[in-house]
Write a protein that binds this ligand. Structure first.
Ligand code: COA
Length: 339
Protein backbone atom coordinates (compact mmCIF):
# COMPACT_ATOMS: atom_id res chain seq x y z
CA UNK A 1 0.00 0.00 0.00
CA UNK A 2 1.41 3.35 -0.93
CA UNK A 3 2.14 6.03 1.67
CA UNK A 4 -0.55 8.33 0.23
CA UNK A 5 -3.33 5.69 0.52
CA UNK A 6 -2.25 4.90 4.10
CA UNK A 7 -2.63 8.56 5.07
CA UNK A 8 -6.05 8.70 3.38
CA UNK A 9 -7.19 5.54 5.23
CA UNK A 10 -6.01 6.88 8.58
CA UNK A 11 -7.77 10.18 7.97
CA UNK A 12 -10.95 8.33 6.94
CA UNK A 13 -10.82 6.15 10.10
CA UNK A 14 -10.49 9.25 12.23
CA UNK A 15 -13.44 10.85 10.40
CA UNK A 16 -15.51 7.65 10.85
CA UNK A 17 -14.91 7.72 14.62
CA UNK A 18 -15.90 11.36 14.84
CA UNK A 19 -18.98 10.63 12.75
CA UNK A 20 -20.01 7.77 15.10
CA UNK A 21 -19.62 10.13 18.02
CA UNK A 22 -21.67 12.80 16.27
CA UNK A 23 -24.40 10.27 15.44
CA UNK A 24 -24.58 9.25 19.10
CA UNK A 25 -24.75 12.88 20.29
CA UNK A 26 -27.47 13.66 17.76
CA UNK A 27 -29.45 10.58 18.82
CA UNK A 28 -29.28 11.79 22.41
CA UNK A 29 -30.31 15.28 21.32
CA UNK A 30 -33.38 13.93 19.46
CA UNK A 31 -34.32 11.78 22.44
CA UNK A 32 -34.04 14.74 24.83
CA UNK A 33 -36.04 16.93 22.44
CA UNK A 34 -38.79 14.29 22.40
CA UNK A 35 -38.74 14.29 26.17
CA UNK A 36 -38.89 18.10 26.29
CA UNK A 37 -41.80 18.06 23.84
CA UNK A 38 -43.68 15.55 25.97
CA UNK A 39 -42.96 17.52 29.16
CA UNK A 40 -44.19 20.72 27.52
CA UNK A 41 -47.45 19.01 26.53
CA UNK A 42 -47.81 17.55 30.01
CA UNK A 43 -47.27 20.92 31.66
CA UNK A 44 -49.71 22.65 29.33
CA UNK A 45 -52.47 20.11 29.90
CA UNK A 46 -51.84 20.03 33.68
CA UNK A 47 -52.06 23.82 33.83
CA UNK A 48 -55.41 23.87 31.99
CA UNK A 49 -56.70 21.03 34.20
CA UNK A 50 -55.59 22.88 37.34
CA UNK A 51 -57.21 26.08 36.10
CA UNK A 52 -60.49 24.28 35.47
CA UNK A 53 -60.40 22.67 38.91
CA UNK A 54 -59.56 25.99 40.58
CA UNK A 55 -62.62 27.51 38.91
CA UNK A 56 -64.80 24.67 40.21
CA UNK A 57 -63.19 25.12 43.62
CA UNK A 58 -64.09 28.81 43.80
CA UNK A 59 -67.72 27.98 42.88
CA UNK A 60 -67.77 25.35 45.59
CA UNK A 61 -66.27 27.73 48.12
CA UNK A 62 -68.83 30.41 47.27
CA UNK A 63 -71.63 27.92 47.86
CA UNK A 64 -70.43 26.88 51.30
CA UNK A 65 -69.19 30.25 52.49
CA UNK A 66 -72.39 31.21 54.32
CA UNK A 67 -72.90 30.58 58.05
CA UNK A 68 -69.37 29.35 58.74
CA UNK A 69 -67.64 29.25 62.09
CA UNK A 70 -64.68 31.61 62.56
CA UNK A 71 -62.19 28.79 62.20
CA UNK A 72 -63.74 27.48 58.99
CA UNK A 73 -63.87 31.00 57.54
CA UNK A 74 -60.16 31.39 58.29
CA UNK A 75 -59.40 28.09 56.55
CA UNK A 76 -61.35 29.23 53.50
CA UNK A 77 -59.51 32.59 53.48
CA UNK A 78 -56.19 30.76 53.58
CA UNK A 79 -57.18 28.62 50.59
CA UNK A 80 -58.41 31.73 48.76
CA UNK A 81 -55.04 33.46 49.24
CA UNK A 82 -53.17 30.40 47.97
CA UNK A 83 -55.47 30.18 44.96
CA UNK A 84 -54.61 33.77 44.02
CA UNK A 85 -50.86 33.07 44.06
CA UNK A 86 -51.46 29.93 41.95
CA UNK A 87 -52.90 32.02 39.12
CA UNK A 88 -49.69 34.10 38.95
CA UNK A 89 -47.56 30.98 39.19
CA UNK A 90 -49.40 29.48 36.19
CA UNK A 91 -48.76 32.62 34.10
CA UNK A 92 -45.07 32.52 34.97
CA UNK A 93 -44.89 28.84 34.01
CA UNK A 94 -46.71 29.51 30.75
CA UNK A 95 -44.18 32.20 29.82
CA UNK A 96 -41.71 29.37 29.16
CA UNK A 97 -44.09 26.94 27.46
CA UNK A 98 -45.15 26.91 23.81
CA UNK A 99 -48.53 28.46 23.19
CA UNK A 100 -50.89 28.94 20.26
CA UNK A 101 -50.28 32.03 18.15
CA UNK A 102 -52.89 34.79 18.10
CA UNK A 103 -54.89 35.55 14.96
CA UNK A 104 -52.35 37.98 13.45
CA UNK A 105 -49.30 35.77 13.98
CA UNK A 106 -51.21 32.72 12.73
CA UNK A 107 -52.09 34.64 9.56
CA UNK A 108 -48.57 35.97 8.97
CA UNK A 109 -46.37 33.15 10.21
CA UNK A 110 -48.71 30.18 10.34
CA UNK A 111 -48.65 27.74 13.18
CA UNK A 112 -45.00 28.06 14.19
CA UNK A 113 -43.88 28.31 17.80
CA UNK A 114 -42.57 31.77 18.71
CA UNK A 115 -42.16 31.30 22.47
CA UNK A 116 -38.59 31.81 23.67
CA UNK A 117 -37.69 29.41 26.44
CA UNK A 118 -35.23 31.39 28.54
CA UNK A 119 -35.00 34.87 30.01
CA UNK A 120 -31.73 35.51 28.17
CA UNK A 121 -33.25 34.73 24.79
CA UNK A 122 -36.26 36.94 25.58
CA UNK A 123 -33.92 39.83 26.40
CA UNK A 124 -31.79 39.09 23.33
CA UNK A 125 -34.89 39.21 21.11
CA UNK A 126 -35.98 42.54 22.58
CA UNK A 127 -32.44 43.83 22.13
CA UNK A 128 -32.50 42.75 18.50
CA UNK A 129 -35.89 44.48 18.06
CA UNK A 130 -34.48 47.75 19.43
CA UNK A 131 -31.39 47.47 17.18
CA UNK A 132 -33.59 46.79 14.14
CA UNK A 133 -35.72 49.81 15.01
CA UNK A 134 -32.66 52.01 15.41
CA UNK A 135 -31.01 50.91 12.13
CA UNK A 136 -34.16 51.43 10.08
CA UNK A 137 -34.90 54.72 11.83
CA UNK A 138 -31.43 56.01 10.93
CA UNK A 139 -31.97 54.89 7.33
CA UNK A 140 -35.37 56.65 7.25
CA UNK A 141 -33.82 59.76 8.78
CA UNK A 142 -31.13 59.90 6.08
CA UNK A 143 -33.66 59.21 3.32
CA UNK A 144 -36.10 61.91 4.44
CA UNK A 145 -33.18 64.33 4.92
CA UNK A 146 -32.08 63.67 1.33
CA UNK A 147 -35.63 64.04 -0.05
CA UNK A 148 -36.26 67.22 1.94
CA UNK A 149 -33.03 69.07 1.20
CA UNK A 150 -31.53 67.66 -2.00
CA UNK A 151 -33.78 65.78 -4.41
CA UNK A 152 -37.38 66.15 -5.38
CA UNK A 153 -38.46 63.07 -7.34
CA UNK A 154 -41.80 61.37 -6.77
CA UNK A 155 -40.20 57.95 -7.15
CA UNK A 156 -37.72 58.67 -4.30
CA UNK A 157 -40.66 59.72 -2.13
CA UNK A 158 -42.29 56.43 -3.10
CA UNK A 159 -39.20 54.52 -1.92
CA UNK A 160 -39.30 56.42 1.38
CA UNK A 161 -42.97 55.53 1.82
CA UNK A 162 -42.32 51.93 0.87
CA UNK A 163 -39.55 51.78 3.51
CA UNK A 164 -42.03 53.18 6.04
CA UNK A 165 -44.61 50.51 5.11
CA UNK A 166 -41.95 47.79 5.46
CA UNK A 167 -40.74 49.24 8.78
CA UNK A 168 -44.17 49.43 10.39
CA UNK A 169 -45.36 46.04 9.08
CA UNK A 170 -42.21 44.38 10.44
CA UNK A 171 -42.71 46.11 13.78
CA UNK A 172 -46.25 44.74 14.09
CA UNK A 173 -44.93 41.19 13.60
CA UNK A 174 -41.98 41.60 15.95
CA UNK A 175 -44.16 43.24 18.59
CA UNK A 176 -46.72 40.43 18.43
CA UNK A 177 -43.84 38.01 19.07
CA UNK A 178 -42.64 40.17 21.96
CA UNK A 179 -46.15 40.22 23.45
CA UNK A 180 -46.33 36.42 23.19
CA UNK A 181 -43.09 36.41 25.15
CA UNK A 182 -44.44 38.53 27.99
CA UNK A 183 -43.71 42.10 26.88
CA UNK A 184 -46.06 44.73 28.37
CA UNK A 185 -46.30 46.83 25.18
CA UNK A 186 -49.64 48.61 25.30
CA UNK A 187 -52.14 47.63 22.60
CA UNK A 188 -52.17 51.20 21.32
CA UNK A 189 -48.51 51.15 20.19
CA UNK A 190 -49.16 48.02 18.12
CA UNK A 191 -52.33 49.59 16.71
CA UNK A 192 -50.30 52.78 16.07
CA UNK A 193 -47.98 50.76 13.82
CA UNK A 194 -50.92 49.29 11.85
CA UNK A 195 -52.29 52.79 11.25
CA UNK A 196 -48.85 54.16 10.37
CA UNK A 197 -48.34 51.32 7.87
CA UNK A 198 -51.73 52.12 6.35
CA UNK A 199 -50.93 55.86 6.28
CA UNK A 200 -47.61 55.28 4.50
CA UNK A 201 -49.36 52.94 2.06
CA UNK A 202 -51.90 55.65 1.26
CA UNK A 203 -49.11 58.25 0.88
CA UNK A 204 -47.47 55.83 -1.57
CA UNK A 205 -50.55 55.88 -3.80
CA UNK A 206 -51.09 59.67 -3.66
CA UNK A 207 -50.57 60.83 -7.28
CA UNK A 208 -48.10 63.58 -8.04
CA UNK A 209 -49.99 66.85 -8.40
CA UNK A 210 -50.36 70.31 -6.93
CA UNK A 211 -51.88 69.10 -3.69
CA UNK A 212 -49.18 66.46 -3.20
CA UNK A 213 -46.50 69.08 -3.82
CA UNK A 214 -48.13 71.42 -1.27
CA UNK A 215 -48.09 68.77 1.44
CA UNK A 216 -44.80 67.09 0.46
CA UNK A 217 -42.38 69.34 2.36
CA UNK A 218 -44.51 69.36 5.48
CA UNK A 219 -44.68 65.54 5.41
CA UNK A 220 -40.94 65.13 4.79
CA UNK A 221 -40.07 67.54 7.60
CA UNK A 222 -42.43 65.60 9.86
CA UNK A 223 -40.81 62.26 8.84
CA UNK A 224 -37.40 63.74 9.54
CA UNK A 225 -38.50 64.94 12.97
CA UNK A 226 -40.25 61.67 13.79
CA UNK A 227 -37.15 59.65 12.89
CA UNK A 228 -35.07 61.93 15.09
CA UNK A 229 -37.50 61.47 18.02
CA UNK A 230 -37.55 57.72 17.41
CA UNK A 231 -33.75 57.64 17.67
CA UNK A 232 -34.05 59.35 21.08
CA UNK A 233 -36.83 56.94 22.06
CA UNK A 234 -34.72 53.93 20.99
CA UNK A 235 -31.84 55.25 23.08
CA UNK A 236 -34.17 55.60 26.09
CA UNK A 237 -35.77 52.19 25.62
CA UNK A 238 -32.50 50.30 25.08
CA UNK A 239 -31.16 52.13 28.17
CA UNK A 240 -34.16 50.82 30.16
CA UNK A 241 -33.62 47.34 28.76
CA UNK A 242 -29.90 47.39 29.53
CA UNK A 243 -30.56 48.46 33.12
CA UNK A 244 -33.33 45.90 33.58
CA UNK A 245 -30.97 43.21 32.36
CA UNK A 246 -28.22 44.46 34.66
CA UNK A 247 -30.68 44.19 37.52
CA UNK A 248 -31.07 40.50 36.72
CA UNK A 249 -34.50 39.10 37.48
CA UNK A 250 -37.03 41.63 36.25
CA UNK A 251 -39.75 40.82 38.78
CA UNK A 252 -37.29 40.66 41.60
CA UNK A 253 -35.46 43.94 41.41
CA UNK A 254 -36.78 45.84 44.45
CA UNK A 255 -33.29 46.32 45.88
CA UNK A 256 -32.01 48.41 42.99
CA UNK A 257 -35.31 49.69 41.70
CA UNK A 258 -34.51 53.24 42.86
CA UNK A 259 -31.43 53.46 40.65
CA UNK A 260 -33.41 52.26 37.66
CA UNK A 261 -36.29 54.63 38.38
CA UNK A 262 -34.05 57.67 38.69
CA UNK A 263 -32.43 56.90 35.30
CA UNK A 264 -35.85 56.29 33.75
CA UNK A 265 -37.20 59.62 35.02
CA UNK A 266 -34.20 61.54 33.74
CA UNK A 267 -34.65 59.93 30.31
CA UNK A 268 -38.38 60.46 30.30
CA UNK A 269 -38.31 64.14 31.29
CA UNK A 270 -35.79 64.75 28.50
CA UNK A 271 -37.84 62.79 25.95
CA UNK A 272 -41.37 63.96 26.74
CA UNK A 273 -41.20 67.54 25.31
CA UNK A 274 -39.95 66.09 22.00
CA UNK A 275 -42.73 63.47 22.02
CA UNK A 276 -45.49 65.97 22.73
CA UNK A 277 -44.17 68.34 20.08
CA UNK A 278 -44.35 65.41 17.62
CA UNK A 279 -47.94 64.66 18.66
CA UNK A 280 -48.99 68.27 18.00
CA UNK A 281 -47.23 68.10 14.65
CA UNK A 282 -49.45 65.11 13.84
CA UNK A 283 -52.50 67.20 14.80
CA UNK A 284 -51.21 70.04 12.60
CA UNK A 285 -50.76 67.59 9.67
CA UNK A 286 -54.30 66.29 10.17
CA UNK A 287 -55.80 69.78 10.26
CA UNK A 288 -53.79 70.92 7.20
CA UNK A 289 -55.05 67.91 5.25
CA UNK A 290 -58.67 68.50 6.31
CA UNK A 291 -58.37 72.11 5.14
CA UNK A 292 -56.87 70.88 1.88
CA UNK A 293 -59.74 68.39 1.41
CA UNK A 294 -62.20 71.29 1.39
CA UNK A 295 -60.52 72.99 -1.59
CA UNK A 296 -62.68 72.82 -4.75
CA UNK A 297 -59.87 71.26 -6.84
CA UNK A 298 -59.21 68.46 -4.34
CA UNK A 299 -60.18 65.22 -6.10
CA UNK A 300 -57.83 62.78 -4.35
CA UNK A 301 -59.35 60.56 -1.64
CA UNK A 302 -55.87 60.21 -0.13
CA UNK A 303 -56.07 63.73 1.34
CA UNK A 304 -59.01 63.00 3.63
CA UNK A 305 -57.75 59.52 4.47
CA UNK A 306 -54.29 60.74 5.50
CA UNK A 307 -55.89 63.57 7.50
CA UNK A 308 -58.02 61.04 9.37
CA UNK A 309 -54.99 58.80 10.06
CA UNK A 310 -52.97 61.74 11.44
CA UNK A 311 -55.85 62.72 13.68
CA UNK A 312 -56.23 59.18 15.05
CA UNK A 313 -52.44 58.99 15.56
CA UNK A 314 -52.46 62.30 17.44
CA UNK A 315 -55.29 61.28 19.76
CA UNK A 316 -53.95 57.79 20.45
CA UNK A 317 -50.36 58.90 20.97
CA UNK A 318 -51.22 61.91 23.09
CA UNK A 319 -53.69 60.19 25.41
CA UNK A 320 -51.65 56.99 25.74
CA UNK A 321 -48.47 58.92 26.54
CA UNK A 322 -50.33 61.01 29.12
CA UNK A 323 -51.77 57.81 30.63
CA UNK A 324 -48.32 56.13 30.70
CA UNK A 325 -46.77 59.17 32.43
CA UNK A 326 -49.64 59.45 34.93
CA UNK A 327 -49.28 55.77 35.77
CA UNK A 328 -45.53 56.15 36.26
CA UNK A 329 -45.99 59.24 38.47
CA UNK A 330 -48.55 57.37 40.59
CA UNK A 331 -46.18 54.40 40.94
CA UNK A 332 -43.32 56.70 41.91
CA UNK A 333 -45.41 58.28 44.65
CA UNK A 334 -46.44 54.88 46.01
CA UNK A 335 -42.99 53.22 45.82
CA UNK A 336 -41.12 55.13 48.59
CA UNK A 337 -43.84 54.17 51.08
CA UNK A 338 -43.50 50.49 50.28
CA UNK A 339 -39.69 50.42 50.17
N1 COA B 1 -43.40 51.35 20.86
C1 COA B 1 -43.06 50.08 21.17
N2 COA B 1 -42.93 49.60 22.43
C2 COA B 1 -43.20 50.46 23.42
C3 COA B 1 -43.56 51.80 23.20
C4 COA B 1 -43.67 52.24 21.83
N3 COA B 1 -44.00 53.49 21.52
N4 COA B 1 -43.76 52.40 24.40
C5 COA B 1 -43.52 51.48 25.34
N5 COA B 1 -43.17 50.30 24.76
C6 COA B 1 -42.85 49.03 25.44
C7 COA B 1 -41.63 49.12 26.36
O1 COA B 1 -40.44 48.81 25.65
C8 COA B 1 -41.97 48.06 27.39
O2 COA B 1 -41.69 46.77 26.83
P1 COA B 1 -41.23 45.50 27.74
O3 COA B 1 -42.39 45.14 28.62
O4 COA B 1 -40.93 44.45 26.71
O5 COA B 1 -40.00 45.94 28.49
C9 COA B 1 -43.48 48.13 27.52
O6 COA B 1 -43.95 48.73 26.32
C10 COA B 1 -43.96 48.95 28.70
O7 COA B 1 -43.36 50.22 28.65
P2 COA B 1 -43.74 51.40 29.64
O8 COA B 1 -43.04 51.17 30.95
O9 COA B 1 -45.22 51.61 29.67
O10 COA B 1 -43.11 52.66 28.90
P3 COA B 1 -41.58 53.07 28.63
O11 COA B 1 -41.00 53.69 29.87
O12 COA B 1 -40.80 51.98 28.00
O13 COA B 1 -41.81 54.22 27.51
C11 COA B 1 -42.63 56.30 26.61
C12 COA B 1 -42.59 55.34 27.81
C13 COA B 1 -43.61 57.44 26.92
C14 COA B 1 -41.24 56.85 26.33
C15 COA B 1 -43.09 55.48 25.38
O14 COA B 1 -44.33 54.89 25.62
C16 COA B 1 -43.11 56.33 24.14
O15 COA B 1 -42.10 56.54 23.53
N6 COA B 1 -44.28 56.81 23.73
C17 COA B 1 -44.44 57.74 22.65
C18 COA B 1 -44.37 57.15 21.28
C19 COA B 1 -44.79 58.19 20.28
O16 COA B 1 -45.63 59.00 20.58
N7 COA B 1 -44.25 58.17 19.08
C20 COA B 1 -44.54 59.17 18.11
C21 COA B 1 -43.49 60.24 18.15
S1 COA B 1 -43.82 61.58 17.10
Amino acid sequence: MSQGIRVVLEEWKCLEEEYQHLQETHRMYSQKMDEVYKLQNNCNSSISKQRRRLKDMSHLMKKCSKGLSEEDAKTLDGINEKMKTRVNAFSEMEAFLPKKNGLYLSLVLGNVNVTLFSKQSKFAYKDDYETFKLCLTVLLLLFSFMCYFFVSYRFLDAILNFLLVFYYCTLTIRESILITNGSRIKGWWVFHHYISAFLSGVMLTWPDGNLYKTFRNQFLAYSLYQSFVQCLQCYYQSGCLYRLRALGERHNMDLTVEGFQSWMWKGLTFLLPFLFFGHFWQLFNGLSLFRMAQLPDCKEWQVLMCGLCFLILFMGNFFTTVAVVRHKVKNRKQKPKSL
